[in-house]
Write a protein of this length. Sequence first.
Length: 369
Amino acid sequence: MKKILFALAPLVGALVAFGCSQPAPRGAAPQGAPNGPKFTVDPYWPKPLKENLVFAQIAGLAFDSRDHLWVIHRPRTVLDDEKAKGSEAAARCCAMVPAVTEFDADGNYVQGWGGPGQGYDWPKNEHGIYVDPQGNVWVAGNDNEDNMILKFTRDGKFLMQIGKPGKSEGSNGKGLGRPANMVLDTAADELFVADGYGNKRLVVFDATTGAYKRHWGAYGGAPSDEKMPAYNPAAAPSKQFANSVHCVRISNDGLVYVCDRGNNRVQVFRKDGTFVSEILGSRIGALDSGDLLLSTDPAQQYLYLSDGQRGQIHVLSRSDGKLLGSFGRHGRYAGEFRSLHVLAIDSKGNIYSGEAGYGRRVQRWVRAD
């Protein structure tokens, strides 16, 4: 027996020396821009949920001032084989986390809430979440009748509703039409809304009263609800937004970035709706310009653009929109995407991705450069 152990010792030592004692997680090598930001996937974030809790389709991500990540997902999209149907085997899997879920910076589950309640109309199909500097949580939905935005305290107490379910007034009305996401301009106390899956515009409301203030369409013009030709990358860019106007972000220097997902582009405006520039996905190799982040350096030198069809996040230069690099790929392992949908960024510049479809997870990408 001792002879066998002595014979194995050199082999074990060699395996350890070559790093074979534990394989590195897939996607561990930094990816991104060769001369810019690079990221490494963290396969251990978030920490495992307890009590057989699982996510359904991820509909929105947002950070608060404490670097806590807020997730909104769609509990109604639970898969048939995840529904408890009375048998012992089915009962072991699964339970949905609450529609709105908070995680701390280490990936620990903090709390969850959401769903129908007294005094407000909860969306039928959740889409979009934003946390303002006061810690209030705004949520939206994109079902055919989800023409409203709701505002809650961080512990889920209802505060305000803008809009109401039912028939939309259209893209030139004062109401909402299946809004996708929102962001607050704190200096002006204005809520900018990517509106959305029904309407085809960016609309602005008073953040305190919910009163309508202004709206605009592509290139800052009046939006139209007329049926437009399908997106064609070889054709001239459309003069109208398409379904869906999917994201809105405001930069430190006051520019408003709007994802025109249906036309695979991002348009940039001043806060009054004046058109500034656009980034055409077809010119940078993107197929689906669904969500956008600005880097966390003071000048916000970089843009991060999600591309669900390619299964990648593209790194762009903000000054000219040029492609600097990309990371991610299609797949089901850590560092890969299945139905990449939404993005968020923490104060350290780490990126968080949310997958809809059959992906149904949140991943953390650590800034590695």
